[in-house]
Ligand binder design. Sequence first.
Ligand code: TXA
Ligand code: MG
Length: 330
Amino acid sequence: MNTLSELSQSIKQASTLLKKGKIVAFPTETVYGLGADASNTEAVKSIFTLKGRPTNHPLIVHIFDESKLNEWAKDIPESAWKLAKAFWPGPLTLILPRLSNVNDVVTGGLDTVALRVPDHPVALALLGTFGGGIVAPSANLYGRVSPTSAEDVREEFASGVDLVLDGGRCSIGIESTIVDLSTSTPRILRPGKITEKEIYSVLGSSLSTISDSSIACPGNKSSHYAPQAHVILSSLDDVEKDLQEALIHTKKVALLAANLPNQLAKNVIYLPLGEDVATQAHNLYHSLRKADHMGLEVLVVVMPLDDGIGHAVCDRLRRAAGLKNWSQVN
Ligand code: TXA
Ligand code: MG
């Protein structure tokens, strides 16, 4: 990791590359993004090709500050300004009606656009230097675990990325909260660090949480964020039984949990998740990648507390296991 002043040359270079239609990976506070000039159709198309992502899964446009909202969105409701004021720069993405000049490739043909101001000095310096909007999906292959370090990005893409800006480990570790403000009642399409309660406290009105976000949030499919290992969601009560069952099938078993249980079968590798919800979010993708590096075949997870950012951690774990909601967990 380099300091911001050491990175200033690379940031200028990154901006020049973006202007030439090249791909630049950069850190945000949530996860690393795979960036391209949002106004350059060919560059945006190459992001989809590189990730292997279906073209109808829209991208988030990253902007320097809220004053740029008017360049992308129209009919901006008061709620958007309130949320932007409260949480930007930060891990919140707003879905708004789009202006007609916004490229169809960016929005997958939808009449809305996703916008976010990231809270990372490198991302903000890049956006400030570049001047325009930067589309940036998480810098992973489609359906895989999002990267939370520059090494993760390099590992994911051996070629095709023209520059990776190294800003160290992402502080939050999971993707931004997405709020849809394009319908009459605001809806959370993807949970993240900014919780429903926090959004409610700013808006003063309730939100509708949809259970099947596959329609409103294409790309938010159930089998996302998946490591190579088969993920089994467990609980403190069931963990011993689930580990024993996994060991019948393979020797390559790990346990991902907040605490080391009193008894752990000899062959099982323990991957600590961390004790508080913020640490768990910070560690989650890092641990899932570690499981891949170790060639593990089964990862038994003691589900953490579904509280605050823990709600988003549980959501990502359920998706890593290929499940959609609690009723399908047990
Ligand atoms: O934290 C983040 O949001 C990271 C960092 C890099 O900023 N980015 C990220 O991008 O997670 P991505 O592409 O991996 O996830 C964006 C999600 C997708 O599920 C996509 O379907 C949804 O945002 N999305 C984008 N535009 C949308 C729109 N107009 N309506 C509904 N959902 C949209
Ligand atoms: Mg993603």
